[in-house]
Ligand binder design. Structure first.
Ligand code: AMP
Ligand code: ZN
Length: 114
């Protein structure tokens, strides 16, 4: 996707503070962190959102989810962490390349009713 900012990060065309890379995913620091630790895990392949996921992505999705606990430990989030996947405009998604937010470090409050 030529106009996708996260594909440009995968390609090395835009810099990012990368904390993990393997054959399937890239993990980097969010440019506008909402919490002390705020990482984004993205697949190297362009997938628009969680709404595009099908059976062919099983291995990738398991890998992305299981990676979160490893990242959290490395970031010192022993007491816990929050993961968020925003999907679609109605879900607050702004970058249309699938990503998992990993948030922690401030004893995050429980969800409250809007
Ligand atoms: P979402 O609202 O779930 O689509 O989240 C997109 C996230 O990407 C936001 O938290 C942004 O701060 C973050 N973001 C946008 N551009 C960059 C970038 N170039 N490097 C790192 N994070 C970015
Ligand atoms: Zn992309």
């Amino acid at each position: 996707m030529s106009d996708c900012i996260f594909c440009k990060i995968v390609a090395g065309d835009i810099p990012a503070d990368i904390v993990h890379e393997d054959d399937k995913v890239l993990v980097f620091k969010d440019i506008n962190p909402r919490t002390q630790v705020h990482l984004l895990t993205i697949p190297k392949q362009h997938i628009e959102s969680l709404a595009e996921i099908d059976d062919s992505h099983d291995q990738l999705m398991a890998h992305m989810i299981k990676l979160q606990q490893t990242l959290a430990k490395k970031q010192g989030l022993e007491s816990g962490f929050r993961t968020i996947i925003n999907t679609g405009k109605g879900g607050g998604q702004e970058v249309f390349h699938l990503h998992i937010h990993l948030l922690g470090g401030n004893n995050l409050p429980a969800f409250t009713k809007e």
